[in-house]
Design a protein around this ligand. Structure first.
Ligand SMILES: [Zn+2]
Length: 274
C-alpha cells in the first residue's frame, strides 16, 4: 500500500517516483478478496498498461484520465476533511466526537464490506450530519480491474450503503487513487461522481499525530480536500487514534485562521444526492 500512496503523494510534491514496486506487485495479488481477478495473466497485462500510462494513474490531482474533483482554487477559505477506509470500530465513533466538538461536518468514503460488518456506524455518521460516499466493496486498485469488476465493486458498495443508510451521496473515491479512463467512465455510467484530494496526511503510516498535522499544514493552500483515514483497508479495527488527535488540532488551527470546514458536496456547490 505504501508504494501506491507514496507515489500518489509524491506527485503533489512535484516528484515522480516509480509507481510499481515489488511491494505493490505483491499487494496486487492480495487486494482482490472476492475472486474478482480471473487470471494472473490478466492482471499482469493491465499492470503493464498502467506502467505505460505513467503516474497519472495514481496522481490524485491528475486529470489525464478524466475530470475528478480535487478542491477549489487556492486561497479559498474553505477546507474539506475526508476520511477513507471506514467504518471502523472504535475509531470512527471517537472521530465523530471530535468533529461534533468543533461542529464540523466531514465526508467519509466507506468500504462496502465494512459497512456490511458495521452498518450501525455508517448510520451514526449520517445521523450526525456527515456525508458518506462509495470507496468500493473490498478496496481493490481499480487500475487492475476490468470494467465488469469495477462495476461490481461500485454496485456492491452502493448496495451496502443503501441497505445501511438509505439515500446517500453519489460520491466515489477510487482506492489508492488508482483509476484509468475506463474506471471513471464506469463510475459515471453508474451516476457516481469521482472525488480525489490534493492534501494527504500520510496517516496510514502509523506516525504520531504531530507528523500528520505537519504534513497537512505544509500542503494547505486554501480550498483543499484533505485525505485522512478513520480505518484501514488492510484490517478492520486499525488504530487511528493519531489521526483523531491530528484532526482535533487541525480544526482548531484553521478555524482560528478563519477557514470554514465543509463537506465535499458543500465545497462542490451542487447536490450529489441520488
Ligand atoms: Zn482507501
Amino acid at each position: 500500500m505504501a508504494g501506491y500512496l507514496a507515489c500518489a503523494s509524491c506527485a503533489i510534491a512535484g516528484k515522480v517516483t516509480p509507481v510499481f514496486t515489488a511491494e505493490t506487485q505483491g499487494h496486487r495479488k492480495t487486494i482482490y478478496n472476492r475472486g474478482v481477478v480471473g487470471t494472473f495473466a490478466f492482471g499482469a497485462g493491465v499492470a503493464a498498461a498502467a506502467v505505460a500510462a505513467g503516474y497519472q494513474s495514481m496522481a490524485p490531482t491528475g486529470q489525464l484520465f478524466g475530470r475528478t474533483f480535487t478542491g477549489l482554487a487556492s486561497g479559498t477559505k474553505k477546507l474539506a476533511l475526508t476520511y477513507d477506509d471506514g467504518p471502523n470500530d472504535p475509531h470512527t465513533l471517537r472521530l465523530l466526537e471530535v468533529l461534533a466538538k468543533h461542529d464540523v461536518k466531514a465526508t467519509f468514503f466507506l468500504i462496502g464490506r465494512y459497512v456490511r460488518r458495521r452498518p450501525d456506524i455508517a448510520r451514526e455518521l449520517v445521523r450526525a450530519g456527515h456525508v458518506v460516499g462509495n470507496h468500493t466493496f473490498s478496496h481493490p486498485n481499480l487500475i487492475f480491474a476490468s470494467e465488469e469488476q469495477t462495476r461490481a465493486q461500485l454496485q456492491d458498495c452502493e448496495q451496502a450503503l443503501a441497505d445501511a443508510v438509505g439515500e446517500h451521496s453519489r460520491l466515489f473515491r477510487p482506492p489508492f487513487g488508482g483509476r484509468r479512463a475506463a474506471t471513471l467512465r464506469t463510475a459515471r455510467e453508474l451516476r457516481l461522481e469521482p472525488v480525489m484530494w490534493n492534501v494527504t496526511g500520510w496517516d496510514w503510516k502509523g506516525k504520531p499525530s504531530r507528523y500528520v498535522e505537519q504534513r497537512v499544514t505544509r500542503q494547505i493552500r486554501g480550498g483543499d480536500v484533505i485525505l485522512l483515514h478513520d480505518g484501514s483497508h488492510a484490517a478492520f479495527g486499525a488504530d487511528r487514534s493519531q489521526t483523531i488527535i491530528a484532526t482535533d488540532r487541525l480544526i482548531a488551527r484553521y478555524k482560528s485562521e478563519g477557514y470554514e470546514f465543509v463537506t465535499i458536496p458543500a465545497m462542490m456547490g451542487k447536490s450529489v444526492l441520488v
